[in-house]
Ligand binder design. Sequence first.
Ligand SMILES: *[C@@H]1O[C@H](CO)[C@@H](O)[C@H](O)[C@H]1NC(C)=O
Ligand SMILES: *[C@@H]1O[C@H](CO)[C@@H](O)[C@H](O)[C@H]1NC(C)=O
Length: 189
Amino acid sequence: MKNNMASLLGLCAVLVLVTINTVTGASYEFKVGDTRGWREPDANDTAMYNQWAAKNRFRVGDSLFFKYKEDSVLVVDKWGYYHCNTTNPISAFNNRKTVIKLDKPGLFYFISGAPDHCRNGQRIAINVLSLHPTPQLPSSIAVPPQPYPTDSPSPSPLPSFSVSLSVTLIPVSMALITTTIAIFFWGSP
Ligand SMILES: *[C@@H]1O[C@H](CO)[C@@H](O)[C@H](O)[C@H]1NC(C)=O
Ligand SMILES: *[C@@H]1O[C@H](CO)[C@@H](O)[C@H](O)[C@H]1NC(C)=O
């Protein structure tokens, strides 16, 4: 009886851990600018970072990888982003390979600290979505959110996969726990 209880609790704990792990989801590391990395855009391509951001979906837990040379990454507020003001960044990096974790939903702003680079388009605003599907969508289980359509032939990452996976796994885990408990109670003398 004691053994049964212990293994039941153990099984439940494992299931809960698996569920939590799945809900947290596989996080994705986005390489900013793809193959071009983090650099001053060409004069005819100043919107390249806006376009790059628009074709991706960012979720809490994902991270951004900035790869650059002779440049820097400044995390700034909205005002600093729009005015390209490098004076008081929230944080600053110049180690050529910077990974920044998107740890909360909302807007994140990044600019280059190199002279005139931000003004010439080396800045990016990222809208980070929360992990859970938005509650106002009643069909969210049947239709998981899709990434924005992209005109680029390169495969765009599909972070929404983890969300749809967890949506289907939660009921499965709950059913398993319920079944286990039922077996335990009905199966014991
Ligand atoms: C910008 O101009 C260069 C040549 O100077 C060209 O190779 C490149 O394709 C152009 N980019 C865009 C986005 O028009
Ligand atoms: C940048 O912001 C600081 C305050 O954070 C301000 O003192 C400075 O004048 C601003 N610089 C420019 C060029 O707007």
